[in-house]
Design a protein around this ligand. Structure first.
Ligand SMILES: [Zn+2]
Length: 141
């Protein structure tokens, strides 16, 4: 029997598993003005489930931009590729920080498509990373 939404306990598990960071842009919930979302990696509308294996912690900016997408265009070659899947993929396999740790660089077609689709280098997020770096709070461990 499917449930309508994750329980409070499951939400806590997802947030703890993500160490309080957006699983896409690595923003930290503790330093965000907005409450983070428990995101369905494969949206319910596209056949995804409420299982923990389909849930990720996401900031509002990433969640809003991802919406019901599971794939997007790789800006290098124009091919439609899967978006980063926080449960199946490793962040470090698809993304890296640039030299000053303010921007996320896509290393793979999936990484590049996700950077573009979710706009992982939004101006406000980049500015926050810059300030948090000075404060010794970025990048997250
Ligand atoms: Zn995010």
């Amino acid at each position: 029997m499917s449930r309508s939404r994750p329980t409070a306990r499951e939400k806590g598990t997802v947030a703890q598993r993500a160490r309080g960071c957006c699983e896409y842009c690595k923003s930290q919930a503790a330093y965000s003005p907005d409450t983070f979302s428990i995101e369905h990696i494969v949206p319910i509308a596209r056949g995804g489930s409420h299982a923990l294996a389909n849930l990720a912690l996401s900031c509002q900016g990433c969640n809003n931009r991802k919406f019901i997408s599971i794939e997007a265009e790789d800006p290098v070659n124009g091919l439609i590729v899967p978006l980063f899947h926080p449960r199946r993929d490793r962040w470090g396999d698809h993304f890296a920080w640039n030299a000053d740790f303010t921007r996320i660089v896509g290393l793979t077609p999936t990484g590049r498509a996700t950077v573009e689709k979710l706009q992982l280098n939004r101006v406000g997020v980049v500015n926050l990373r810059r300030v948090m770096l000075i404060a010794g709070l970025h990048p997250p461990k």
